[in-house]
Design a binder for this molecule. Structure first.
Ligand SMILES: Nc1ncnc2c1ncn2[C@@H]1O[C@H](COP(=O)(O)OP(=O)(O)OP(=O)(O)O)[C@@H](O)[C@H]1O
Ligand SMILES: [Mg+2]
Length: 245
């Protein structure tokens, strides 16, 4: 079967620094794929090259069989990519309901919004997202009233609202308590039926539990890639993690 996402030979050079040095990433439909590696190994840069926030110096990105290497972030979003990065996109003064509604409307054309029937559908979808992320009781609270963990869940809900084919999450559990991490894993499980996921994480226990396959980056290149089992027994991976431990 053709992969949903294929990044090949990505190189990204910032001045004198080579952030990516020929990195590959392949993600199948409905696959949960973890991206791990030491600090500064190029994980975020790879995610940005996939999402279009950075244009690689060389290399290609195909999505659903189309070459999108030089497509704008907006075109990639229309093609079915959605992302949540380390920087927040929540509007704190707005209610949770309105934050999700905005995320949905960004993907809906104006003529469709004019029809009240569509607005009814939007309402149902907003409520469904809040329900799914256990935030329905807080629907009319301002986003600023949420705990750190809940704000992260709201952002994931916003990223999922337009029903993407691929969700990109860069360290979604950063700053979360152990319990919030556990809940995050639970909240992500059901989306597997609908889309693929690429997730960057430092917490190996967390990523091992939710991912089908892992890619390990080191100094901008792929150190190893495969099932969680394969990575756990990889001598090359162990060497890098021990070297830094
Ligand atoms: N816009 C930029 N300009 C210059 N250098 C950059 C830029 N973005 C990233 N880098 C550098 O590229 C390298 C890879 O950074 P990147 O953020 O991709 O790593 P990372 O694996 O996500 O690290 P972390 O685990 O700390 O989040 C680092 O040395 C970083 O300083
Ligand atoms: Mg990063």
């Amino acid at each position: 079967m053709m992969a949903l996402l294929e990044a090949r030979g990505l190189v990204k050079i910032f001045g004198k620094l080579t952030a990516l040095n020929g990195a590959d990433l392949t993600v199948a439909e409905n696959e949960f794929h973890g991206l791990i590696g030491p600090n500064g190994s190029g994980k975020s840069t790879l995610m940005k090259c996939v999402a279009g926030a950075e244009i690689p110096t060389s290399g290609t990105v195909t999505f659903g069989g189309h070459d999108i290497s030089r497509a704008s972030p907006a075109d990639r979003a229309r093609a079915g990519m959605s992302l949540k990065f380390q920087i927040t996109s929540v509007l704190p003064a707005l209610t949770l309901y309105d934050n999700i509604l905005l995320a949905l409307q960004a993907q809906t054309s104006l003529p469709r919004l004019v029809f009240s029937r569509t607005r009814g559908i939007l309402h149902d979808r907003v409520m469904a997202m809040l329900e799914q992320f256990r935030l329905v009781d807080r629907a009319m609270d301002p986003a600023s009233a949420l705990s750190h963990g809940q704000q992260q869940w709201l952002e994931i809900a916003m990223a999922l609202a337009p029903e993407p084919k691929l969700l990109l999450l860069d360290e979604p559990t950063g700053g979360m308590s152990l319990e919030e991490r556990r809940v995050t894993g639970e909240l992500l499980q059901p989306i597997k039926k609908r889309c693929s996921l690429v997730i960057v994480e430092h917490d190996l226990d967390f990523i091992r539990d939710i991912c089908d396959r892992l890619t390990v980056l080191d100094q901008g290149a792929v150190l190893d890639c495969g099932t969680v089992q394969h990575i756990q027994s990889s001598a090359r991976v162990q060497e890098v993690y021990l070297r830094r431990a």
